[in-house]
Design a protein around this ligand. Structure first.
Ligand SMILES: [Cu+2]
Length: 482
């Protein structure tokens, strides 16, 4: 008796489910405009590098987006301050995740402490100015407008208040994702990365609060090109993470205002690229072009552990202006996919085979030894300009996370014999210089003992170091010890 009652209930449930399926899920709409919305919800907004929960099977809804504009001071790199203008308190601005058929009710709020009016142009909008005309808002005010989400894809949004370039240059851009009906295929990790170029009164690395430089921006001579608003946003402890075997999806945008990005991940191949953020999927891509005001979705499975470097492959931007991020992958090694180093030999194309590392004995001593400190400094400066400068930079300032500084280096000044040893034999392994950790490789420098004495004397007598004078005899002593 009880069981028949239950099975009737089950039957009813099944029928109800089928009915609702026919009514909603199975229904194909002639166009996105016809997709009805039922119920409203507040949009989940996230700051980079995170993205909101995937849409999955969620039906189209009225989606309330509340975005607050804040003008706030931040750090573009160590010691360099900048006043960013932000959507939601981050650069790039909060990530918005919608689906085709949603009706977005957009609330643009300009914080009362702000100094300027702003607005928003969303590339996902079909309408004049992408919303800019309806959203121009003064400090202490809120503007509301709504739009139907019609086209799937990954879209840039940005401020479009005059001077437009300046508002964008100060960080006023972000991404809005429109998922197709049924959502994007699930992956293991999703992240939000957006490139931008910055123009400061001072040169790259000049400390203090740096104002925006309009002329450099007009000339497109960027001092910084960065991912997620500052040089350190995706490096060291801020690196993105994944595990071996996982599929990673990056939503990559380019706010500009001036530069196009050649987006590349060193040591990975994109299995899939949603070209320009649209429907076309390209496969097996090394570098994808992301226009200013454009985006792309890239996906790849990580096969082996290690640190994979995100760069703009216009490579000086990566190593000299900040367009460098990291993805740290943990897990088991797979020697079939990547062996690691098998042998370290010097290859000289003119020889019949692989030759071994030349020893320092083969390095010619220079013909004219320096006769005075002034000469040592002069010769040393030349050597520095020919070899060390490539990594330690013109003023000995180094490059954060890659090459330690020689200027005011506590490590250098603490021990002259150790410094000589490093130039003689090279250096690997973790060291701490002025409180920052480096774990990289300095190759052995192919210069004579005389030249080592000169270059180190030059370094010790420059950039606030302790003025040690290094003689060829001191170098010889360190060398003979080994
Ligand atoms: Cu603005």
């Amino acid at each position: 008796m009880k069981s028949t009652h239950l099975s009737k209930m089950t039957l009813l449930l099944i029928l109800l489910t089928m009915f609702s399926c026919f009514n909603n899920e199975k229904k194909e709409y002639a166009s996105a405009e016809e997709i009805p919305v039922n119920r409203e919800m507040n949009a989940e907004l996230t700051s980079p590098p995170y993205v909101p929960t995937p849409i999955g099977k969620r039906k189209a809804k009225k989606l309330i987006v509340k975005m607050e504009i804040k003008e706030q001071e931040g750090e573009i790199t160590d010691g360099v301050r900048y006043v960013y203008w932000t959507f939601g308190g981050s650069v790039p601005g909060s990530f918005i995740r919608t689906r085709v058929g949603d009706e977005v009710e957009f609330h643009l709020q300009n914080h009362p402490d702000n100094k300027l009016p702003h607005n928003i142009d969303l590339h996902a909008v079909n309408g004049p100015g992408g919303g800019a005309e309806s959203s121009f808002v003064a400090p202490g005010h809120e503007k509301i407008f709504s739009f139907k989400v019609l086209n799937p894809g990954l879209y840039v949004y940005h401020c479009a208040t005059a001077p437009v370039g300046m508002h964008i240059a100060n960080g006023m851009y972000g991404l809005i994702l429109v998922e197709p009906d049924g959502g994007l295929p699930p992956v293991d990790k999703e992240y939000y990365v957006m490139q931008g170029d910055f123009y400061t009164k001072g040169a790259n690395g000049e400390r203090g609060l740096q104002p925006f430089d309009m002329q450099k921006a007009v000339d497109e001579k960027a001092d910084y090109v960065v991912f997620n608003g500052n040089v350190n946003a995706l490096t060291g402890d801020n690196a993105l993470t994944a595990k071996v075997g996982e599929t990673v999806r990056l939503f990559v945008g380019n706010g500009g205002p001036g530069l196009v990005s050649s987006f590349h991940v060193i040591g990975e191949i994109f299995d899939k690229v949603h070209v320009e953020g649209g429907d076309v999927i390209n496969e097996n891509v090394q570098t994808t072009l992301i226009p200013a005001g454009g985006a792309a979705i890239v996906e790849f499975k990580v096969d082996v552990p290690g640190t994979f470097i995100l760069v703009d492959h216009s490579i000086f931007r990566a190593f000299n202006k900040g367009a460098l991020g990291m993805l740290k992958v943990e897990g088991e090694k797979d020697k079939k996919i990547y062996s690691g180093e098998l042998m370290d030999n010097i290859y000289l194309p003119e020889g019949p085979g692989i030759q071994s590392m030349p020893t320092t004995n083969e390095i010619k001593e220079s013909e004219i030894p320096a006769k005075s400190l002034a000469e040592q400094l002069e010769f040393g400066k030349q050597i520095y300009g020919q070899t060390c400068i490539a990594c330690h930079q013109a003023e000995g300032q180094g490059i954060p996370n890659a090459f330690p500084p020689l200027a005011k280096s506590d490590y250098l000044n603490a021990d002259v014999n150790r410094a000589i040893d490093i130039v003689l034999h090279g250096k690997t392994g973790e060291i701490t210089v002025n409180g920052a950790k480096y774990n990289s490789v300095m190759t052995k420098q192919m210069i004579s003992q005389e030249e080592i004495a000169n270059v180190l004397t030059y370094v010790y007598n420059s950039w606030g170091n302790n003025k040690t004078v290094v003689t060829p005899e001191m170098v010889k002593k360190v060398k003979d010890k080994k």
